[in-house]
Design a protein around this ligand. Sequence first.
Ligand code: PHE
Length: 345
Amino acid sequence: MMRERLEALKAEAEQAIQGAKDLETLKQLRVKYLGKKGELTAVLRGMGELSAEERPVIGKLANDIRQTLERILDEKETALEKAAMEARLKEETIDVTLPGVPRPLGSIHPLTAVIQQVENIFIGMGFEVAEGPEVEKDWYNFEALNMPKDHPARDMQDSFYITREILLRTQTSPVQVRTLQAKEGKVPVRMICPGKVYRRDDDDATHSHQFTQIEGLVVDRGVSMSELKGTLLAFAKQMFGEDHEFRFRPSYFPFTEPSMEMDMSCMICGGEGCRICKETGWIEILGAGMVHPNVLEKSGYNAERYTGFAFGMGVERIAMIKYGIDDIRHFYTNDLRVLRQFQSV
Ligand code: PHE
C-alpha cells in the first residue's frame, strides 16, 4: 500500500516538475511535494502503522524519492534560470552597428561670435571685460560724458527715457565712467565692455532701435594717441585680416578730444568705390579718441596726471562687414537659414 502511494507520488511529482514552465511554478512544486506540510511528509506520517520489517524498507524508498525529486527540481531550476537569462539577453541586445539618431546642433549667434572674437583679441592685449546696466542714469549716459542737458550732441542719440533722469543707455560709453569710479583713481585701466544699447530710430536695413556696442578704455600715465592707433590697428588686423588698408579720420565726440573715426578699405570693391561704400572706397568701423579731461575729472581721475583713450564700435556693423550680411534685421529675426550658416564660426 505505502509503496504504491510513494511510487505514484513520485511519478506525479516528476511529471509536474518536468512540465513546469517558470521558476515561480517550480518553487510552488517544491513546497507542494517536499515541504513540511508537503505530500511526501504526509505519506511518511503514516509510517507508524508499518511493521518493523517494512519500516526501514519504506523509509529508504521515501528517502530515495526525496533525493530524486530534489535533484530533478534543482536540475529544472538551473535549466529554467538559464532559459530566462538567455531570453533576457536576447531582448536587451543592442545592435552597435545601427546608425545613431542625429541630434540637432545649435550654433553661436553671429553677434555673440563677434563679441567673443573681439574680447579674445583685447584680452590678449591685457584688457579686462566689464559690464554695465542697460537702464542707465542720464548722468552716466550723458552728463559725465561731457554732454550737459542742453548739449546739441544729445540730438545725435535720440533716447528712450524712463523718467527725466533715467533712460535706456544710448551707448556703452557710460561704462567708461562706471569703470573709472570703481577703480577709484588706480591705474592702469584697460577694459572693454560689450552690451546692448537703445536709440529711437526707425528700423530699416541699417538701423535698429536696439543694437550692440563694444566700448574700450585705457587710462594710465602718459597714454598717447599713437598707442590708440597702434592698439586699434593691431585689433583690426586680427579681426579682418592683414590684407586691408585702414585709415584714421578726424571726427567729433563730446567725450574725446581729439576724436577720430577708423575706416577700412571697402571689402566689396577693394577701394575702387561701390554702392556699399557709397563710392568712397572706405567703410567706417569705429569711433575713438583721447578721453576728454572733463570725463576723467568727473570720474575721479586727476586729468593733469593721467591720460587715456577710448573707442566704441557697433557689433552689428562689424559682423555685417566681416560676414557680408546686408540687412541688420537678420540678426534679430532668428531665421534658421541665416543662423545655420554660423555653425562653424
Ligand atoms: N559712444 C560713441 C557712439 O556711440 C562711440 C565712441 C566711443 C566714440 C568711445 C569715441 C570713444 O557713437
